[in-house]
Design a protein around this ligand. Structure first.
Ligand SMILES: [Zn+2]
Length: 216
């Protein structure tokens, strides 16, 4: 069954990924999406070519100065290199390769009724938050706003909020200031991967009570 992807990262997100200026957790989610989405792979390849062309035409290049190519963080490069790798597992190849995980081997920790999570280690603590989330059918997530950019990639199942329905391969690219309350579809649990530049700010009481433990 082929995956039909209807929600993609914003062009500015793909641009910052191509330029290697994106935060590590966000880069991991983009790399996972690229492994599932030929359209965005092509767009990133075009942006990388454009970036190389701009650097080659820069004045200090014509005078023989060395090219200053921005370095990608090592882990992002590793994730990106694996972005078209083939895998039989449902977990996107860049993530299963970088973290030696399969969908069946994730050591879930219970976060609350019908919600489990697994934090994915970052090269640099304080660079944001990256985690896998597993949510029971029909379950609402706590109402929350964001202090920075947040990317959510659906790996299994589906959820919806005011902006539409998100299924396997879809990405929700959320900016600062947006508040949303995703609800998982009733016909199955949802597994997604969430990256944020900063911890989310939960508004509801349950969110506020659990935040010190979950650091979401
Ligand atoms: Zn895409």
């Amino acid at each position: 069954m082929s995956t039909v992807i209807t929600h993609h990262p914003d062009s500015t997100t793909l641009l910052s990924y191509a330029a290697a200026t994106i935060a590590e957790p966000l880069a991991a989610v983009v790399a996972a999406h690229l492994s599932m989405c030929p359209r965005c792979r092509a767009e990133v390849a075009d942006l990388e070519l454009l970036g190389a062309a701009i650097m080659l035409s820069a004045p200090d290049c014509s005078s023989g100065a060395a090219l200053k190519v921005p370095a990608r963080p090592a882990d992002v490069a590793k994730l990106a290199d694996g972005r078209v790798a083939h895998s039989n597992d449902r977990l996107p190849a860049p993530i299963s390769a970088a973290y030696a995980l399969s969908l069946d081997s994730i050591p879930w920790k219970r976060l609350g009724p019908g919600v489990w999570h697994h934090r994915l280690a970052l090269r640099q603590e304080g660079d944001g938050d990256l985690r896998l989330l597993r949510i029971a059918p029909g379950r609402k997530m706590p109402d929350h706003g964001h202090g920075g950019a947040e990317l959510t990639l659906v790996i299994e199942g589906a959820y919806r909020d005011v902006t539409g329905q998100y299924r396997r391969g879809d990405i929700q690219d959320v900016d600062e200031g947006i508040e949303h309350q995703p609800i998982v579809d009733t016909d199955g649990e949802c597994i997604c991967m969430i990256a944020s530049e900063q911890p989310a700010r939960f508004k509801s009481l349950v969110g506020r009570l659990t935040q010190p433990w979950t650091r979401m």
